[in-house]
Design a binder for this molecule. Structure first.
Ligand SMILES: NC(=O)c1ccc[n+]([C@@H]2O[C@H](COP(=O)([O-])OP(=O)(O)OC[C@H]3O[C@@H](n4cnc5c(N)ncnc54)[C@H](O)[C@@H]3O)[C@@H](O)[C@H]2O)c1
Length: 317
């Protein structure tokens, strides 16, 4: 039986990925960890859970050794907006935590490791439409530069130690279960909650701001497809561009208005506008499509319809 470790399991992505991993590998085969304990209602509260701070190297070492872990999904991170508020913390968690996971993987010969990267690796000097796979990586946020470092050090462990490390550059992830954790694309989730509960939203980026986004089912699908792919087919390791959809904030509001005609969206850009402006409009993901058959299932219309349906059900609207 595979023994899987998930760090950051309580986050926006980890909290949806963990129950799916438990369906695949068995509940007891997947050890969820986070710096905070999940609530009793959490979708993965039924299986093994450990409090783990990824900055604690000894804790990661002993967990991987004692539980004979052979696969790791490393989801713990500090995201872009939170990282700008506390850059040192972002560096320590995103780079230091990843280094601890990589070292444990090397020392105890973990079979396969997944670590997400982000569109935040791109910066203002990157071509924006689309951002190529191989391009200038000079981000202006601490989050972005911690993710570039993560990609490079992950690739180093593949080539230097022969480990199997895999990663994707996720776009902004839209989902209806756990709230997002302090990123620049959070408006694309918040807007749905406010549209359904208050029929009004004040968006923190300009209406013409276009960013690459992806619906959670596609995020999980991409993650599992990359992890399932034959190693021999992979021409990249820790930095696959992967695209879902791209739209402006105004286009998203208009799409929501098709379901909630009285919805009003206003715009009050804050410090996150500058971060958004440094990221690309869309991504060239042709290598992901060729190497491991990536195809997204959701576009703006189908994602919006599903989000509205789920949240209306949740809030009894
Ligand atoms: N959500 C997105 O839009 C998005 C986009 C691009 C990349 N990513 C990447 O995907 C991964 C998961 O992101 P997410 O959206 O679920 O983030 P999130 O902020 O929702 O969750 C991260 C989790 O990490 C935990 N954590 C923070 N510090 C920790 C520490 N020191 N030790 C252990 N756990 C700690 C948090 O408690 C949280 O549960 C991250 O690597 C992130 O950079 C996310």
């Amino acid at each position: 039986m595979q023994r899987v470790l998930v760090t950051g399991a309580g986050g926006q992505i980890g909290s949806e990925l963990t129950p799916i991993l438990r369906k695949r590998h068995g509940t007891s085969g997947v050890v969820a960890t986070d710096i905070r304990r999940p609530g009793a209602a959490s979708a993965f509260a039924d299986g093994p859970f450990e409090i783990v701070d990824v900055r604690d190297r000894e804790r990661i070492r002993s967990l991987v050794a004692d539980l004979r872990i052979d696969t790791i999904y490393h989801m713990a991170a500090i995201l872009s907006a939170t990282g700008e508020a506390n850059p040192r913390l972002a560096w320590e968690v995103n780079v230091g935590g990843w280094a601890n996971v990589l070292e444990a993987a090397r020392e105890f010969s973990v079979g396969r490791v997944f670590c997400p990267s982000s569109i935040a690796v791109f910066g203002p000097e990157t071509p924006r439409d689309p951002a190529p796979q191989l391009t200038v990586l000079r981000p202006t946020t601490m989050y972005g530069l911690s993710k570039v470092t993560g990609e490079l050090v992950g690739d180093y462990y593949v080539h230097r130690y022969g480990l199997d490390i895999r990663g994707l550059r996720y776009p902004g992830i839209i989902s209806s279960e756990a709230p997002p954790g302090g990123g620049t694309t959070d408006y694309a989730v918040d807007i749905f909650y406010q549209a359904i509960q208050a029929e009004q939203y004040t968006c923190f980026v300009r209406p013409d701001t276009v960013l690459p986004m992806m619906y959670m089912p596609d995020c999980i699908k991409a993650t599992l497809a990359l992890m399932d792919a034959d190693f021999g087919r992979l021409s990249r390791h820790c930095d696959y561009n992967v695209a879902g959809m791209s739209f402006s904030a105004a286009e998203l509001a208009a799409e929501i208005r098709k379901h909630i005609p009285s919805f009003v969206c206003e715009y009050a850009p804050d410090f996150r506008q500058a971060i958004a402006d440094s990221w690309p409009l869309c991504l060239d993901d042709s290598l992901a499509r060729g190497d491991w058959d990536w195809r997204p299932a959701y576009d703006l219309a189908t994602m919006t319809a599903d989000m509205v349906r789920r949240l209306k059900l949740r809030f009894g609207k």
